[in-house]
Design a protein around this ligand. Structure first.
Ligand code: UGA
Length: 436
């Protein structure tokens, strides 16, 4: 099938490339010329394991092309995917300006009947609006059908998730459009769930909101565990053995970040508000998450009283491992609070430092390794559980730091392991371990 994908962020580029890998012919469209030139060379503008290799292979085999020209990109395409961002506005709503702009571009530039597929996360009712914009512009010349096909991939494992997802959701109000989408996606070999457009739009928000709820729930349990002397890892394992609960997304830590959960939970609260529904549960999930991001600073202040003048090693900055994405990362809140409290911050991340420099306070220093960040530090924060961070021997903290006091926001070390070293080890939802 000949397909166009508009937008080459995480969702658009991964979708476009993976569709070529299962045999389709895809033109990816983006307004950013520099990005287009890079991608034509097979270079991915985002850090995503496995993506560049697939890009190069499918460019060489003639299935994957890139353009910044809409007419050229849409020419003779029967299916067009919209995969542009829906960032958060100041009021917490989903900003639909990019989606609506693409709808207008489609209306202006298509030269045949199309099925428009929305991959972007959009509030319930948006697909109908997109269809209206396009139909008005084509003015009866071509047939326009719309399908909601939300995306469930995770950054850092996006390619793997696309080929091994749990389900593909197709929301359509025409059997014909739904069948075309089914045919496109069949080679992935993933269960397909067909529903109406509004339900498909809601499945995406409800899924992200539910996962965020699981995380805030286990974080609240972990805070209780600390006060009651229980161990949250054991509690989560015991809970997760119940199939009805499941063992995934029950890892306590310093809250969820990234470009999706914070934005989508906030948007769903707003969406509920439009229909006079007060989504109290989700509001609490967000509040718990905002508090949880401050946890390590709170613990450090409880331990030291005043942290002014203390040298702090911050290990990991990205919102999770295997990505250079800093959007809504807990490290932002933590670094800002450390600096405001007068601490001296030395941060390390394997790949997110260039992005971090654009948003973190100017006075932060950056190290080029875990070891160098720890040099002479009064205490250390473990913020992102990169392999490199997790695999650092606790001996290194002892050798490098002024005082080996560790606040681990990701529970990277077993308590029995920490007990073998002369470190003071604070983690999340577990007792503080004072080593030998
Ligand atoms: C999330 C969803 O997992 C995807 O299914 C969805 O497609 C995507 O949002 C999206 O809407 O585009 P992503 O934001 O890439 O994917 O990252 P996750 O791996 O889900 O992690 C999100 C955050 O939750 C991270 O900060 C992570 O550290 C945190 N988390 C995750 C926990 O604190 N505990 C857990 O048990 C799991």
């Amino acid at each position: 099938m000949e397909i166009a994908v508009v937008g080459t962020g995480y969702v658009g580029l991964v979708t476009g490339v993976c569709l070529t890998e299962i045999g389709h012919y895809v033109t990816c469209i983006d307004i950013d010329e520099d990005k287009i030139n890079l991608m034509r060379e097979g270079i991915s503008p985002i850090y995503e394991p496995g993506l560049s290799d697939l890009m190069k292979k499918n460019i060489d085999e003639g299935r994957l092309t890139f353009t910044s020209n809409h007419s050229e990109g849409f020419a003779n395409k029967k299916v067009i995917y919209i995969a542009v961002g829906t960032p958060q506005t100041k009021e917490g709503k989903a900003d639909l300006q990019y989606v609506e702009k693409v709808a207008a571009d489609i209306g202006h530039h298509i030269n045949n009947d199309v099925i428009v597929v929305t991959k972007s996360t959009v509030p319930v009712g948006t697909n109908e609006k997109v269809r209206e914009i396009i139909r008005e512009l084509v003015n009866g010349k071509f047939e326009v059908e719309i399908v909601s096909n939300p995306e469930f991939l995770r950054e850092g494992s996006a390619v793997q998730d696309t080929f091994h997802g749990d389900r593909i959701v197709i929301g359509a109000d025409s059997d014909k459009a739904a069948s075309v989408l089914e045919e496109i996606n069949r080679p992935f070999g993933i269960p397909i769930y067909k529903t109406d457009i509004r339900s498909a739009e809601m499945i995406k928000y409800a899924s992200n909101a539910f996962l965020a709820t699981k995380i805030s729930f286990v974080n609240e349990i972990s805070n209780l565990c600390e006060k009651l002397g229980a161990n949250v890892e054991d509690v989560a394992t015991g809970m997760g053995m119940d199939d009805r609960i499941g063992n995934k997304f029950l890892k306590a830590g310093i809250g969820y970040g990234g470009s999706c959960f914070p934005k989508d939970t906030s948007a769903l609260v707003q969406i509920a508000g439009y229909v006079q529904h007060d989504f109290n549960l989700l509001k609490s999930v967000i509040e718990v998450n905002n508090d949880q991001r401050r946890l390590l600073v709170k613990k450090a202040k409880e331990r030291f009283g005043n942290i002014e003048g203390k040298r702090v090693a911050v290990l990991g900055l990205a919102f999770k491992p295997n990505t250079d994405d800093m959007r809504e990362a807990a490290s932002i809140t933590l670094c800002e609070e450390l600096i405001q409290s007068g601490a001296e911050v030395v941060a390390y991340d394997p790949i997110a430092i260039p992005n971090a420099k654009k948003i973190l306070p100017q006075s932060i220093q950056y190290a080029d390794s875990v070891e160098n960040a720890l040099e002479n530090a009064d205490f250390a924060f473990i913020v992102t559980e990169w392999d490199e961070v997790k695999n650092t021997e606790l001996d290194v903290y002892i050798k490098k730091m002024k005082t080996p006091v560790i606040f681990d926001g990701r529970n990277c070390y077993a308590l029995e392991e920490a007990a073998k070293y002369a470190v003071e080890y604070h983690s999340v939802g577990r007792k503080t371990q004072f080593g030998i």
